[in-house]
Write a new protein. Structure first.
Length: 393
């Protein structure tokens, strides 16, 4: 049994910003940016909202708009989606969730929706969570059939994972270290749970012989083969962005005491700092590089081990696009040629949790990944979060 990718899509804002344009507002040049990051251009949302980008990527993944990839011919009805998970840092509203806004836009009338905040690892966390939820629902279906009782949870068979970001709203456009890196966009996949018999044996009868045939065929069936997620405490504020409302004052107990007798303040700090709340993303570049390269190799190895595979079995790696130097360093350490990595950072920049989903979609649309191929998606980001999943297309 497994979660199969049946659709994939991406969306990028119309406005493309070149390195030369950045040099007009901050002290940098194309010659400085490219060797350090691999980035030539990035997309910046001027008219588009986060919902616009997420909905367009979702519609393309469903085959309801041109530009996506579908496993089978024909569009996927949005009403058949049971759940929408949206990894994002830049939702248009605190509530409703970005996932709920996308649901309304695409007509996914039966979907349960929620957002995830896991920064650039959103692609992996979203796919892994969807896989776990559908696996749990499959087990609940089996139990209900065995006992004749009701399902103990929602019957989740199709999930849309759509990561949408407008990082241009979190970037300090006067800080060279970060503003050159990030872009806006969205990536989406539609996952469908397929039972072993359906995926491997075309619905064979429930006999020992048929079960054996299903198992043999299912060994090469498409689906998420494994996943791995981890968190590391960011005690040194390696990647950080304060909440926009963290320093807003409230009118109660500004000079009073709490019930326990402790001093109360109107603006409690979430971090040990006396500085004013900073609305922009901040990053310690060298520390991020060290963490990212280590996490990329560690998570890739762990996910492949869980899948019973090695790097030799992987057709294409579709990593998070944080910096081309990170990808090149990890590739060298793993003794792999760059041709086995889908690199898109040159024209989209770092789009946080959407990056690897955009890379996956480009690889599918370009024919670099075909049914039966193995893809390995690895990501790392604020939190500090990291993870990897192995997928048979």
């Amino acid at each position: 049994m497994g979660s199969v990718i049946i659709g994939s899509g991406r969306a990028l804002p119309a406005r493309i910003v070149t390195n030369d344009e950045l040099s007009e507002i901050v002290d940098t040049t194309d010659e400085w940016i490219v060797p350090r990051t691999g980035i030539h251009t990035r997309h910046v949302a001027i008219e588009e909202t986060c919902t616009d980008l997420g909905a367009q990527a979702a519609l393309r993944a469903l085959g309801l708009e041109e530009g996506g990839w579908q496993r089978e011919a024909g569009a996927i009805d949005a009403a058949t989606l049971d759940m929408i998970i949206c990894p994002t840092l830049t939702a248009d509203t605190h509530f409703p969730s970005e996932a709920a806004r996308i649901r309304e836009r695409i007509g996914a009338t039966n979907a349960v929706c929620y957002d995830m905040s896991c920064a650039c690892s959103g692609c992996v966390y979203g796919l892994s969570t969807a896989d776990l939820i559908m696996a749990g629902a499959a087990f609940a279906r089996q139990e209900a059939a065995r006992t004749g009782g009701p399902m103990r949870c929602n019957d989740v068979r199709r999930v849309l994972v759509v990561a949408a970001e407008r990082l241009s709203k979190l970037v300090d456009w006067e800080e060279r270290a970060t503003c050159i890196l990030f872009g806006d966009g969205a990536g989406a996949v539609v996952l469908e749970w397929r039972d072993e018999a359906e995926a491997g044996a075309g619905g064979a009868d429930d006999t020992a012989e048929a079960a054996g045939a299903a198992g043999a065929a299912g060994a090469d069936a498409p689906g998420i083969l494994s996943s791995y997620m981890e968190n590391t405490d960011d005690v040194d504020r390696t990647l950080w962005c304060d909440s926009a409302f963290a320093s807003r004052e409230v009118p109660f107990a500004a000079n009073g005491t709490t019930a326990a007798g402790a001093s109360a303040t109107a603006t409690p700090r979430l971090a040990a700092s006396d500085a004013e709340s900073d609305p922009y993303m901040r990053m310690a570049g060298q520390a991020v590089f060290k963490f990212a390269t280590s996490a990329m190799m560690r998570c890739t190895e762990e996910a492949l081990t869980r899948a019973g595979l090695t790097t030799d079995d992987v057709t294409l790696f579709t990593p998070h696009q944080a910096n081309e130097r990170i990808i090149r360093y990890a590739a060298k350490k793993m003794d792999l040629p760059m041709e086995r990595f889908q690199v898109i950072i040159d024209h989209v920049g770092n789009v946080s949790g959407a990056s690897a989903l955009i890379a996956l979609n480009e690889a599918l649309c370009e024919g670099k990944l075909q049914p039966g191929d193995i893809a390995c998606m690895t990501a790392f980001g604020g939190g500090l979060t990291a993870g990897s999943c192995v997928i048979r297309i």
